[in-house]
Write a protein of this length. Structure first.
Length: 158
């Protein structure tokens, strides 16, 4: 089934074969620079909050997408997030089979718009939406101020 056939049943989209190009280079910008500096230096995950309407984002934004005002408030993310979507990756960026499949997830945080796409530190058979997770960070002296300072997201302790 193709997208042009216009199904309205989301169960029909369980598998989508093909390749997705993901070779992009972005600068982190002012908000990203502060986010990565806090991650590197203090191990904090931050978002921003609009003082006018209260909308909060992760990754952080400098302007409110709801009311178009400049955003100045930085807020800590909750310690736990929820997995909103998962994907098992079996090939590397060159198309070679990985020795061990990797699980990736979209992790959202209560009260925040957006989230992170990052590794989910579970075996493929344990990956599921709704899983409560916590960020696992590199040791402080190994952090460089990059998204890779987050090793991944692991299930929160029960």
């Amino acid at each position: 089934m193709t997208v042009t056939e216009g199904t309205r049943d989301p169960r029909a989209y369980r598998h989508w074969p093909g390749n997705v190009e993901a070779d992009y280079i972005y600068t982190s910008g002012v908000a990203g620079e502060r986010f990565f500096r806090e991650l590197r230096d203090r191990g904090r995950l931050l978002g921003t909050r609009c003082a006018a309407c209260g909308t909060r984002w992760v990754p952080p934004k400098l302007f409110c997408e709801e009311c178009f005002v400049e955003v100045h408030d930085w807020v800590d993310l909750p310690p736990e997030g929820k997995v909103a979507a998962t994907c098992v990756v079996r090939v590397d960026s060159h198309g070679s089979l990985l020795e061990t499949p990797e699980v990736w997830a979209f992790v959202r945080f209560a009260g925040f718009e957006g989230g992170f796409v990052h590794r989910l530190l579970v075996p493929p058979d344990r990956a599921r939406t709704g899983l409560t997770v916590r960020a696992v960070l590199k040791l402080e002296d190994a952090r460089s101020g990059a998204i890779t300072d987050i090793l991944g997201f692991a299930p929160a302790a029960v």
